[in-house]
Design a protein around this ligand. Structure first.
Ligand SMILES: Cc1cc2nc3c(=O)[nH]c(=O)nc-3n(C[C@H](O)[C@H](O)[C@H](O)COP(=O)(O)OP(=O)(O)OC[C@H]3O[C@@H](n4cnc5c(N)ncnc54)[C@H](O)[C@@H]3O)c2cc1C
Length: 458
Protein backbone atom coordinates (compact mmCIF):
# COMPACT_ATOMS: atom_id res chain seq x y z
CA UNK A 1 0.00 0.00 0.00
CA UNK A 2 1.22 3.48 -0.87
CA UNK A 3 0.08 6.79 0.63
CA UNK A 4 0.73 10.41 -0.28
CA UNK A 5 -1.98 11.81 1.95
CA UNK A 6 -0.49 15.03 3.42
CA UNK A 7 -1.68 14.20 6.95
CA UNK A 8 -0.09 10.74 6.78
CA UNK A 9 3.15 12.20 5.42
CA UNK A 10 3.26 14.67 8.31
CA UNK A 11 2.52 11.95 10.89
CA UNK A 12 5.20 9.65 9.52
CA UNK A 13 7.79 12.45 9.45
CA UNK A 14 7.25 13.60 13.03
CA UNK A 15 7.02 12.17 16.53
CA UNK A 16 5.15 13.21 19.66
CA UNK A 17 8.21 12.00 21.60
CA UNK A 18 10.85 14.16 19.93
CA UNK A 19 11.36 17.91 19.67
CA UNK A 20 13.74 17.90 16.75
CA UNK A 21 12.58 19.71 13.61
CA UNK A 22 9.85 17.79 11.82
CA UNK A 23 10.01 17.06 8.12
CA UNK A 24 7.46 15.05 6.16
CA UNK A 25 8.34 12.29 3.72
CA UNK A 26 7.13 12.41 0.12
CA UNK A 27 5.50 9.00 0.19
CA UNK A 28 4.73 6.26 2.71
CA UNK A 29 4.93 2.65 1.54
CA UNK A 30 3.70 -0.24 3.69
CA UNK A 31 5.67 -3.47 3.34
CA UNK A 32 4.46 -6.93 4.33
CA UNK A 33 7.35 -9.13 3.21
CA UNK A 34 11.08 -9.19 2.50
CA UNK A 35 10.18 -9.24 -1.22
CA UNK A 36 8.24 -5.96 -0.81
CA UNK A 37 11.26 -4.39 0.86
CA UNK A 38 13.55 -5.54 -1.98
CA UNK A 39 11.23 -3.96 -4.56
CA UNK A 40 11.14 -0.64 -2.72
CA UNK A 41 14.89 -0.57 -2.19
CA UNK A 42 15.40 -1.28 -5.90
CA UNK A 43 13.16 1.67 -6.82
CA UNK A 44 14.99 3.88 -4.31
CA UNK A 45 18.35 2.88 -5.77
CA UNK A 46 17.23 3.32 -9.37
CA UNK A 47 15.96 6.86 -8.77
CA UNK A 48 18.48 7.74 -5.99
CA UNK A 49 15.66 8.36 -3.51
CA UNK A 50 16.26 8.17 0.25
CA UNK A 51 14.43 5.33 2.00
CA UNK A 52 13.77 5.56 5.75
CA UNK A 53 12.71 2.49 7.77
CA UNK A 54 9.82 3.14 10.16
CA UNK A 55 8.59 0.53 12.61
CA UNK A 56 7.26 1.23 16.13
CA UNK A 57 8.01 4.97 15.79
CA UNK A 58 8.94 5.22 19.47
CA UNK A 59 12.51 6.43 18.94
CA UNK A 60 13.30 9.77 20.50
CA UNK A 61 16.04 11.51 18.52
CA UNK A 62 14.36 12.31 15.20
CA UNK A 63 15.44 8.93 13.81
CA UNK A 64 12.77 8.59 11.12
CA UNK A 65 12.04 12.17 10.06
CA UNK A 66 11.98 13.01 6.34
CA UNK A 67 14.86 15.52 6.27
CA UNK A 68 15.71 14.95 2.58
CA UNK A 69 13.07 16.02 0.01
CA UNK A 70 11.54 13.13 -1.91
CA UNK A 71 12.15 10.51 0.77
CA UNK A 72 10.25 7.21 0.95
CA UNK A 73 9.07 6.24 4.43
CA UNK A 74 9.06 2.45 4.52
CA UNK A 75 6.53 1.35 7.14
CA UNK A 76 7.47 -2.14 8.39
CA UNK A 77 5.02 -2.23 11.29
CA UNK A 78 2.76 -4.63 9.38
CA UNK A 79 5.58 -7.19 9.22
CA UNK A 80 4.77 -8.41 12.69
CA UNK A 81 4.48 -12.19 12.36
CA UNK A 82 6.15 -14.71 14.60
CA UNK A 83 7.52 -17.24 12.11
CA UNK A 84 8.85 -20.00 14.32
CA UNK A 85 9.33 -20.77 18.02
CA UNK A 86 11.95 -23.32 19.04
CA UNK A 87 11.18 -23.83 22.70
CA UNK A 88 13.80 -26.50 23.24
CA UNK A 89 16.53 -24.30 21.74
CA UNK A 90 15.20 -21.19 23.48
CA UNK A 91 14.86 -19.08 20.34
CA UNK A 92 12.22 -17.47 18.18
CA UNK A 93 12.22 -16.17 14.61
CA UNK A 94 9.97 -13.27 13.67
CA UNK A 95 9.46 -10.52 11.14
CA UNK A 96 11.13 -7.28 12.11
CA UNK A 97 7.89 -5.37 12.80
CA UNK A 98 6.96 -7.67 15.70
CA UNK A 99 6.69 -5.76 18.99
CA UNK A 100 8.65 -7.04 21.98
CA UNK A 101 5.53 -6.90 24.18
CA UNK A 102 3.46 -8.93 21.66
CA UNK A 103 6.23 -11.53 21.41
CA UNK A 104 6.26 -11.96 25.18
CA UNK A 105 2.46 -12.07 25.34
CA UNK A 106 2.38 -14.74 22.58
CA UNK A 107 4.91 -16.87 24.48
CA UNK A 108 2.85 -16.49 27.65
CA UNK A 109 -0.41 -17.32 25.86
CA UNK A 110 1.15 -20.50 24.49
CA UNK A 111 2.36 -21.51 27.94
CA UNK A 112 6.03 -21.29 26.92
CA UNK A 113 8.08 -20.27 29.97
CA UNK A 114 10.50 -18.09 27.98
CA UNK A 115 10.68 -14.37 27.20
CA UNK A 116 12.68 -11.77 25.27
CA UNK A 117 14.21 -9.52 27.92
CA UNK A 118 15.01 -6.29 26.03
CA UNK A 119 12.36 -3.77 27.12
CA UNK A 120 12.53 -0.29 25.55
CA UNK A 121 9.44 1.90 25.01
CA UNK A 122 5.94 0.41 24.75
CA UNK A 123 5.23 -0.36 21.08
CA UNK A 124 8.87 -0.73 20.03
CA UNK A 125 9.59 -3.44 17.44
CA UNK A 126 12.46 -5.82 16.88
CA UNK A 127 13.61 -3.90 13.75
CA UNK A 128 13.64 -0.57 15.57
CA UNK A 129 15.28 -2.11 18.63
CA UNK A 130 18.08 -3.45 16.44
CA UNK A 131 18.23 -0.10 14.65
CA UNK A 132 18.70 1.92 17.83
CA UNK A 133 20.77 -0.59 19.85
CA UNK A 134 18.17 -0.28 22.59
CA UNK A 135 17.99 -1.56 26.16
CA UNK A 136 15.73 -0.78 29.13
CA UNK A 137 15.11 -1.63 32.76
CA UNK A 138 16.25 -5.25 32.35
CA UNK A 139 19.71 -4.29 31.08
CA UNK A 140 21.37 -4.65 34.46
CA UNK A 141 20.61 -8.40 34.36
CA UNK A 142 20.25 -9.18 30.65
CA UNK A 143 22.41 -6.59 28.88
CA UNK A 144 21.53 -4.54 25.83
CA UNK A 145 20.64 -5.05 22.16
CA UNK A 146 23.80 -6.85 21.20
CA UNK A 147 24.37 -9.83 18.97
CA UNK A 148 24.03 -12.19 21.96
CA UNK A 149 20.26 -11.59 21.80
CA UNK A 150 20.01 -11.59 18.01
CA UNK A 151 21.26 -14.94 16.73
CA UNK A 152 20.83 -13.80 13.12
CA UNK A 153 19.12 -11.10 11.10
CA UNK A 154 17.83 -11.08 7.54
CA UNK A 155 18.65 -7.79 5.87
CA UNK A 156 17.87 -6.11 2.56
CA UNK A 157 21.06 -4.27 1.64
CA UNK A 158 21.10 -0.97 -0.28
CA UNK A 159 22.07 -2.93 -3.43
CA UNK A 160 18.79 -4.87 -3.16
CA UNK A 161 20.43 -8.17 -2.18
CA UNK A 162 19.11 -10.14 0.78
CA UNK A 163 21.52 -11.56 3.34
CA UNK A 164 21.13 -13.62 6.48
CA UNK A 165 23.97 -12.84 8.86
CA UNK A 166 24.26 -16.22 10.64
CA UNK A 167 22.42 -19.49 11.15
CA UNK A 168 20.56 -20.46 14.33
CA UNK A 169 23.43 -21.78 16.43
CA UNK A 170 23.77 -20.10 19.85
CA UNK A 171 27.31 -19.09 19.11
CA UNK A 172 29.59 -18.86 16.13
CA UNK A 173 33.07 -17.57 15.45
CA UNK A 174 32.68 -17.78 11.69
CA UNK A 175 34.42 -14.53 10.89
CA UNK A 176 33.37 -10.95 11.51
CA UNK A 177 30.03 -10.72 13.32
CA UNK A 178 27.97 -9.05 10.60
CA UNK A 179 24.82 -9.11 12.80
CA UNK A 180 26.53 -6.47 14.94
CA UNK A 181 26.96 -4.22 11.93
CA UNK A 182 23.23 -3.56 11.85
CA UNK A 183 22.78 -3.01 15.60
CA UNK A 184 22.69 0.71 16.23
CA UNK A 185 22.98 1.42 12.49
CA UNK A 186 19.57 3.18 12.53
CA UNK A 187 18.55 1.81 9.14
CA UNK A 188 21.55 3.40 7.41
CA UNK A 189 23.19 0.14 6.27
CA UNK A 190 20.23 -2.07 5.44
CA UNK A 191 16.66 -2.89 6.34
CA UNK A 192 16.15 -5.78 8.73
CA UNK A 193 13.17 -7.91 7.72
CA UNK A 194 13.52 -10.94 10.00
CA UNK A 195 15.47 -11.86 13.13
CA UNK A 196 16.07 -14.89 15.30
CA UNK A 197 15.97 -13.90 18.96
CA UNK A 198 17.52 -15.72 21.86
CA UNK A 199 15.00 -16.15 24.67
CA UNK A 200 15.54 -16.29 28.43
CA UNK A 201 13.67 -18.44 30.96
CA UNK A 202 10.88 -16.68 32.83
CA UNK A 203 12.04 -16.49 36.42
CA UNK A 204 9.77 -15.53 39.35
CA UNK A 205 10.29 -11.91 40.40
CA UNK A 206 9.53 -9.78 43.42
CA UNK A 207 9.84 -6.04 43.92
CA UNK A 208 11.63 -4.09 46.66
CA UNK A 209 12.09 -0.42 47.40
CA UNK A 210 14.63 1.57 49.45
CA UNK A 211 14.82 5.30 50.19
CA UNK A 212 18.03 7.26 50.72
CA UNK A 213 19.22 10.63 51.99
CA UNK A 214 20.75 11.35 48.55
CA UNK A 215 21.71 9.91 45.17
CA UNK A 216 25.32 9.28 46.23
CA UNK A 217 24.26 6.87 48.97
CA UNK A 218 21.78 5.14 46.63
CA UNK A 219 24.41 4.59 43.92
CA UNK A 220 27.08 3.30 46.29
CA UNK A 221 24.52 0.81 47.67
CA UNK A 222 23.76 -0.39 44.13
CA UNK A 223 27.46 -0.84 43.34
CA UNK A 224 27.95 -2.97 46.42
CA UNK A 225 24.79 -5.04 45.82
CA UNK A 226 25.72 -5.84 42.21
CA UNK A 227 29.18 -6.97 43.25
CA UNK A 228 27.94 -9.47 45.83
CA UNK A 229 26.92 -13.07 45.05
CA UNK A 230 23.33 -11.72 45.18
CA UNK A 231 24.03 -9.42 42.19
CA UNK A 232 22.71 -11.93 39.62
CA UNK A 233 19.35 -11.94 41.43
CA UNK A 234 18.87 -8.25 40.62
CA UNK A 235 16.83 -8.01 37.42
CA UNK A 236 16.24 -4.24 37.54
CA UNK A 237 17.36 -1.39 39.74
CA UNK A 238 15.82 1.95 38.95
CA UNK A 239 16.52 5.30 40.59
CA UNK A 240 13.65 7.79 40.95
CA UNK A 241 14.84 11.09 42.39
CA UNK A 242 13.02 13.19 44.99
CA UNK A 243 11.38 15.35 42.29
CA UNK A 244 10.06 12.24 40.60
CA UNK A 245 8.65 10.85 43.85
CA UNK A 246 6.89 14.20 44.42
CA UNK A 247 5.43 14.11 40.90
CA UNK A 248 4.23 10.52 41.36
CA UNK A 249 2.57 11.35 44.67
CA UNK A 250 0.88 14.40 43.17
CA UNK A 251 -0.37 12.54 40.08
CA UNK A 252 -2.17 10.06 42.35
CA UNK A 253 -1.93 7.14 39.93
CA UNK A 254 -0.37 4.79 42.49
CA UNK A 255 -2.00 3.16 45.45
CA UNK A 256 0.22 4.66 48.17
CA UNK A 257 2.26 7.86 48.55
CA UNK A 258 5.90 7.59 49.70
CA UNK A 259 8.18 10.15 51.34
CA UNK A 260 9.79 12.51 48.83
CA UNK A 261 13.32 11.04 48.87
CA UNK A 262 15.75 9.64 46.32
CA UNK A 263 14.43 6.10 45.91
CA UNK A 264 15.55 2.81 44.39
CA UNK A 265 13.09 0.28 43.01
CA UNK A 266 14.42 -3.26 42.58
CA UNK A 267 13.13 -6.31 40.78
CA UNK A 268 14.65 -9.40 42.32
CA UNK A 269 14.48 -12.75 40.60
CA UNK A 270 15.06 -16.39 41.45
CA UNK A 271 13.42 -19.13 43.44
CA UNK A 272 11.35 -17.86 46.40
CA UNK A 273 14.11 -18.92 48.79
CA UNK A 274 16.84 -17.24 46.72
CA UNK A 275 14.81 -14.03 46.48
CA UNK A 276 14.17 -13.99 50.20
CA UNK A 277 17.86 -14.41 50.86
CA UNK A 278 18.77 -11.75 48.28
CA UNK A 279 16.19 -9.35 49.75
CA UNK A 280 17.75 -9.83 53.20
CA UNK A 281 21.20 -9.07 51.80
CA UNK A 282 19.92 -6.02 49.89
CA UNK A 283 18.23 -4.71 53.02
CA UNK A 284 21.44 -5.02 55.00
CA UNK A 285 23.49 -3.23 52.33
CA UNK A 286 21.04 -0.36 51.76
CA UNK A 287 20.88 0.19 55.52
CA UNK A 288 24.67 0.38 55.69
CA UNK A 289 24.47 3.03 52.94
CA UNK A 290 22.07 5.27 54.87
CA UNK A 291 18.66 3.96 53.83
CA UNK A 292 16.05 4.27 56.56
CA UNK A 293 13.16 2.73 54.64
CA UNK A 294 13.11 -0.65 52.88
CA UNK A 295 10.05 -2.53 51.63
CA UNK A 296 9.96 -5.99 50.08
CA UNK A 297 6.65 -6.89 48.42
CA UNK A 298 5.36 -10.15 49.85
CA UNK A 299 2.70 -10.86 47.23
CA UNK A 300 2.42 -10.38 43.45
CA UNK A 301 -0.26 -7.75 44.08
CA UNK A 302 2.06 -5.77 46.39
CA UNK A 303 4.90 -6.15 43.88
CA UNK A 304 2.73 -4.81 41.03
CA UNK A 305 1.64 -1.86 43.16
CA UNK A 306 5.19 -0.99 44.18
CA UNK A 307 6.45 -1.20 40.58
CA UNK A 308 3.63 1.13 39.46
CA UNK A 309 5.77 3.98 40.79
CA UNK A 310 8.34 3.22 38.07
CA UNK A 311 5.67 2.55 35.47
CA UNK A 312 3.96 5.93 35.90
CA UNK A 313 7.16 8.00 36.07
CA UNK A 314 6.76 9.66 32.64
CA UNK A 315 2.99 10.18 32.92
CA UNK A 316 3.36 11.66 36.41
CA UNK A 317 6.07 14.05 35.20
CA UNK A 318 3.88 15.28 32.34
CA UNK A 319 0.92 15.69 34.70
CA UNK A 320 3.06 17.63 37.18
CA UNK A 321 3.83 20.19 34.46
CA UNK A 322 0.17 21.20 34.23
CA UNK A 323 -1.95 21.79 31.14
CA UNK A 324 -0.12 21.63 27.78
CA UNK A 325 3.13 20.59 29.43
CA UNK A 326 5.58 18.59 27.33
CA UNK A 327 8.60 16.60 28.40
CA UNK A 328 12.02 16.25 26.75
CA UNK A 329 13.60 12.95 27.76
CA UNK A 330 17.40 13.07 27.88
CA UNK A 331 19.66 9.99 27.75
CA UNK A 332 23.31 9.85 28.80
CA UNK A 333 25.37 7.13 30.44
CA UNK A 334 28.57 7.30 32.51
CA UNK A 335 30.67 4.84 34.53
CA UNK A 336 28.44 4.08 37.53
CA UNK A 337 30.87 5.68 40.02
CA UNK A 338 30.44 9.03 38.20
CA UNK A 339 26.65 8.96 38.26
CA UNK A 340 26.07 10.86 41.55
CA UNK A 341 28.32 13.74 40.44
CA UNK A 342 26.57 13.88 37.06
CA UNK A 343 23.13 13.88 38.69
CA UNK A 344 24.04 16.61 41.21
CA UNK A 345 25.64 18.87 38.61
CA UNK A 346 22.72 18.36 36.24
CA UNK A 347 20.08 19.11 38.85
CA UNK A 348 21.98 22.27 39.85
CA UNK A 349 22.28 23.33 36.22
CA UNK A 350 18.58 22.74 35.52
CA UNK A 351 17.59 24.69 38.64
CA UNK A 352 19.83 27.60 37.60
CA UNK A 353 18.23 27.52 34.15
CA UNK A 354 14.86 27.74 35.91
CA UNK A 355 13.69 24.43 34.43
CA UNK A 356 11.59 21.82 36.18
CA UNK A 357 12.60 18.20 35.81
CA UNK A 358 12.46 14.73 37.28
CA UNK A 359 15.05 11.97 37.05
CA UNK A 360 14.69 8.29 36.36
CA UNK A 361 17.81 6.19 36.01
CA UNK A 362 18.77 2.67 35.01
CA UNK A 363 21.22 3.16 37.83
CA UNK A 364 22.91 -0.23 37.69
CA UNK A 365 24.25 0.76 34.27
CA UNK A 366 25.06 4.42 35.01
CA UNK A 367 22.32 5.44 32.55
CA UNK A 368 19.83 8.13 33.47
CA UNK A 369 17.09 10.23 31.94
CA UNK A 370 16.25 13.75 33.07
CA UNK A 371 12.64 14.42 32.06
CA UNK A 372 12.59 18.18 31.51
CA UNK A 373 9.27 20.00 31.43
CA UNK A 374 8.51 22.86 29.06
CA UNK A 375 5.56 24.66 27.49
CA UNK A 376 6.78 27.56 25.39
CA UNK A 377 9.29 27.83 22.54
CA UNK A 378 11.48 29.96 24.78
CA UNK A 379 11.52 27.19 27.42
CA UNK A 380 12.17 24.61 24.72
CA UNK A 381 15.29 26.53 23.70
CA UNK A 382 16.48 26.58 27.32
CA UNK A 383 15.84 22.83 27.56
CA UNK A 384 17.81 22.22 24.38
CA UNK A 385 20.74 24.27 25.75
CA UNK A 386 20.62 22.37 29.07
CA UNK A 387 20.63 19.02 27.23
CA UNK A 388 23.69 20.19 25.30
CA UNK A 389 25.50 20.97 28.55
CA UNK A 390 24.43 17.63 30.04
CA UNK A 391 25.87 15.70 27.11
CA UNK A 392 29.22 17.52 27.35
CA UNK A 393 29.29 16.83 31.09
CA UNK A 394 28.68 13.10 30.51
CA UNK A 395 31.34 12.82 27.80
CA UNK A 396 33.85 14.65 30.03
CA UNK A 397 33.21 11.88 32.63
CA UNK A 398 34.22 9.20 30.12
CA UNK A 399 30.57 8.57 29.33
CA UNK A 400 28.42 8.62 26.23
CA UNK A 401 25.95 11.02 24.63
CA UNK A 402 23.41 8.19 24.45
CA UNK A 403 23.12 5.13 26.68
CA UNK A 404 20.20 3.56 24.81
CA UNK A 405 18.14 5.92 22.65
CA UNK A 406 20.63 6.21 19.80
CA UNK A 407 21.87 9.11 17.68
CA UNK A 408 19.22 10.01 15.06
CA UNK A 409 19.61 13.70 14.28
CA UNK A 410 19.71 14.76 17.94
CA UNK A 411 23.08 13.37 18.99
CA UNK A 412 25.17 13.26 15.83
CA UNK A 413 26.98 16.51 16.61
CA UNK A 414 28.56 14.81 19.68
CA UNK A 415 30.01 11.70 18.04
CA UNK A 416 33.39 13.14 17.11
CA UNK A 417 33.87 14.59 20.59
CA UNK A 418 32.95 11.26 22.17
CA UNK A 419 34.60 8.78 19.82
CA UNK A 420 37.27 10.74 17.93
CA UNK A 421 37.58 11.59 14.25
CA UNK A 422 39.12 8.26 13.24
CA UNK A 423 36.45 6.10 14.88
CA UNK A 424 33.71 8.15 13.25
CA UNK A 425 35.58 7.92 9.95
CA UNK A 426 35.62 4.11 10.29
CA UNK A 427 31.81 4.20 10.68
CA UNK A 428 31.59 6.38 7.56
CA UNK A 429 33.89 4.03 5.65
CA UNK A 430 31.50 1.16 6.41
CA UNK A 431 28.54 3.31 5.37
CA UNK A 432 30.21 4.31 2.08
CA UNK A 433 31.12 0.70 1.30
CA UNK A 434 27.67 -0.73 2.02
CA UNK A 435 25.58 2.19 0.77
CA UNK A 436 27.69 4.08 -1.81
CA UNK A 437 24.65 5.99 -3.11
CA UNK A 438 23.69 7.05 0.42
CA UNK A 439 20.04 6.10 -0.02
CA UNK A 440 19.39 4.56 3.40
CA UNK A 441 18.29 7.03 6.06
CA UNK A 442 20.81 9.67 4.95
CA UNK A 443 21.34 12.62 7.33
CA UNK A 444 21.00 10.43 10.44
CA UNK A 445 23.69 9.05 12.75
CA UNK A 446 26.86 10.20 10.91
CA UNK A 447 27.95 13.71 11.93
CA UNK A 448 27.62 16.53 9.42
CA UNK A 449 31.05 17.68 8.19
CA UNK A 450 30.26 21.05 9.84
CA UNK A 451 30.16 19.40 13.29
CA UNK A 452 33.53 17.85 12.65
CA UNK A 453 35.04 21.16 11.48
CA UNK A 454 33.72 22.82 14.64
CA UNK A 455 35.28 20.10 16.76
CA UNK A 456 38.63 20.25 14.97
CA UNK A 457 38.85 24.02 15.31
CA UNK A 458 38.67 23.75 19.14
C1 LIG B 1 7.79 6.09 26.71
C2 LIG B 1 9.07 5.63 26.07
C3 LIG B 1 9.96 4.92 26.84
C4 LIG B 1 11.17 4.48 26.27
N1 LIG B 1 12.04 3.76 27.04
C5 LIG B 1 13.17 3.27 26.49
C6 LIG B 1 14.07 2.46 27.24
O1 LIG B 1 13.86 2.20 28.43
N2 LIG B 1 15.17 1.98 26.61
C7 LIG B 1 15.44 2.26 25.30
O2 LIG B 1 16.44 1.79 24.76
N3 LIG B 1 14.62 3.04 24.56
C8 LIG B 1 13.50 3.53 25.11
N4 LIG B 1 12.66 4.29 24.36
C9 LIG B 1 13.00 4.59 22.95
C10 LIG B 1 12.48 3.59 21.91
O3 LIG B 1 11.45 2.77 22.43
C11 LIG B 1 13.62 2.73 21.34
O4 LIG B 1 14.54 3.56 20.68
C12 LIG B 1 13.17 1.60 20.39
O5 LIG B 1 14.25 0.72 20.22
C13 LIG B 1 12.69 2.09 19.03
O6 LIG B 1 12.03 1.03 18.36
P1 LIG B 1 10.91 1.35 17.25
O7 LIG B 1 10.38 0.07 16.73
O8 LIG B 1 9.92 2.29 17.79
O9 LIG B 1 11.81 2.03 16.12
P2 LIG B 1 11.50 3.28 15.18
O10 LIG B 1 11.31 4.49 16.01
O11 LIG B 1 10.45 2.96 14.21
O12 LIG B 1 12.90 3.39 14.42
C14 LIG B 1 14.10 3.60 15.11
C15 LIG B 1 15.30 3.60 14.16
O13 LIG B 1 15.49 2.30 13.64
C16 LIG B 1 15.35 2.27 12.22
N5 LIG B 1 14.59 1.08 11.89
C17 LIG B 1 13.31 0.81 12.19
N6 LIG B 1 12.98 -0.41 11.72
C18 LIG B 1 14.07 -0.90 11.11
C19 LIG B 1 14.36 -2.10 10.41
N7 LIG B 1 13.43 -3.04 10.26
N8 LIG B 1 15.60 -2.28 9.91
C20 LIG B 1 16.56 -1.34 10.06
N9 LIG B 1 16.35 -0.18 10.69
C21 LIG B 1 15.12 0.02 11.23
C22 LIG B 1 14.61 3.55 11.87
O14 LIG B 1 14.90 4.01 10.56
C23 LIG B 1 15.11 4.49 12.93
O15 LIG B 1 16.35 5.02 12.57
C24 LIG B 1 11.46 4.78 24.90
C25 LIG B 1 10.55 5.50 24.14
C26 LIG B 1 9.36 5.92 24.71
C27 LIG B 1 8.40 6.69 23.85
Amino acid sequence: MVSTDPDALKTYGSSPNSYHPESPHSVVVHATSTEDVVKIVNVARKYRIPVVAYSGATSLEGHFSGEVPGSICLDLSGMDKIIDINEADGDLTCQSGARWEDINQALKDQGIPLFFPLDPGPGATIGGMIGTGCSGTNAVRYGTARAEWFLNVTVVLPNGRVIKTRRRARKSSAGIDTTKLFIGAEGTLGIVTEATLRLAPVVPTKVAMAQFPDVGHAVSAVQEILNTPHGPHIQCVELLDDHMMAAINAAGLVSKAYPVRDTLFFKLQGTPAAMKEAAGAVQKIVKAHGSDRFEFAQTDQEAAELWENRKYALTSTITSGGEDAKVWTTDVCVPVSKLPQLVYETKKDLAEANLRSTIVGHVGDGNFHALIIFKTDEELQRVSDAVHRLVHRAIAMDGTCTGEHGVGVGKKEYLVEELGVETVELMRTVKRAVDPLNIMNPTKLYPDPKDEDDKNSH
